[in-house]
Design a protein around this ligand. Structure first.
Ligand SMILES: [Fe+2]
Length: 196
C-alpha cells in the first residue's frame, strides 16, 4: 500500500522515514530515529485536528495509513473509546513505536518472570506505567509485553511498525489472571487515507 495520504505533515513523515531506512541498515537504529520523527508528528496540531474525524477502531481494528512498498514499515492508527480496557500483548519480532496524538492513555509494560519453557504458560509482573499524553512515543522492542489503557476521553494513537504483523505472523496474547500466553492473529487492518 503506497502513500496516498494527503496531509503535509504525514507525507513529510513518510518521506523522512524512507530516508532513514535507506541511511541505516540496523532495525533498532531505524526505529530509534523513527521514534524521534513520530514524536514530531504527534505534536502536529493539524494532524490532531484531522484525527477528530477518524473512525473508531473498537473491535480489534487498526487503521492502515501506509505500508511501505519498498521498505515494509507500516503506519497504523488506533482510535479508542473512553475508558477502553487494553489487552496484554506483544508484537512478535516487530519493533513498534506507539505515539499518542489526542487524548491520554496509560502505557503499561510487563516483565516476564518465568523461563518461557512451558508451552502456554507465562508469569508476568507489571514493570512500569507511563501516562501518555499528546507528543509521547513509547518504543516497544520485539516480544516486549505491554498494554495500552484508554483514558477518560476518546484517544488517538499513531503507530510505526518495522513491518505489518497482523495477517503475517501470530503475536502473543497474555492473561495475568491465568498465567497464560497464546498466539493469536493481530488486529484487522483497515486501509484509511488521511486528508488535511
Ligand atoms: Fe501494542
Amino acid at each position: 500500500m503506497a502513500n496516498k495520504n494527503q496531509h503535509p505533515a504525514f507525507e513529510k513523515f513518510i518521506h523522512d522515514l524512507r530516508a532513514v531506512w535507506v541511511e541505516l541498515p540496523d532495525m533498532e537504529a531505524r526505529m530509534k530515529q523513527g521514534q524521534k520523527l513520530l514524536e514530531e508528528l504527534v505534536k502536529d496540531e493539524s494532524l490532531r485536528q484531522a484525527s477528530k474525524s477518524w473512525p473508531s477502531t473498537e473491535g480489534r481494528k487498526n487503521l492502515l495509513f501506509h505500508e511501505d512498498p519498498d521498505y515494509g514499515f507500516a503506519v497504523n492508527g488506533v482510535v479508542r473509546a473512553p475508558g477502553r480496557k487494553g489487552s496484554i500483548h506483544d508484537h512478535a519480532h516487530a519493533w513498534t513505536a506507539y505515539g499518542i496524538l489526542d487524548g491520554t492513555e496509560s502505557l503499561e509494560r510487563f516483565r516476564r518472570v518465568d523461563d518461557g519453557l512451558k508451552e502456554g504458560y507465562a508469569k508476568l509482573e507489571l514493570a512500569s506505567v507511563t501516562e501518555g499524553a499528546p507528543g509521547k512515543v513509547d518504543l516497544v522492542p520485539p516480544f516486549d509485553v505491554h498494554a495500552e489503557q484508554g483514558g477518560p476521553t476518546r484517544s488517538v494513537a499513531v503507530i510505526l511498525r518495522s513491518e505489518r504483523v497482523a495477517g503475517k505472523v501470530l503475536q502473543g496474547s497474555y492473561s495475568m489472571e491465568n498465567n497464560t500466553v497464546r498466539r493469536i492473529d493481530g488486529p484487522t487492518n483497515i486501509p484509511y487515507e488521511i486528508t488535511a
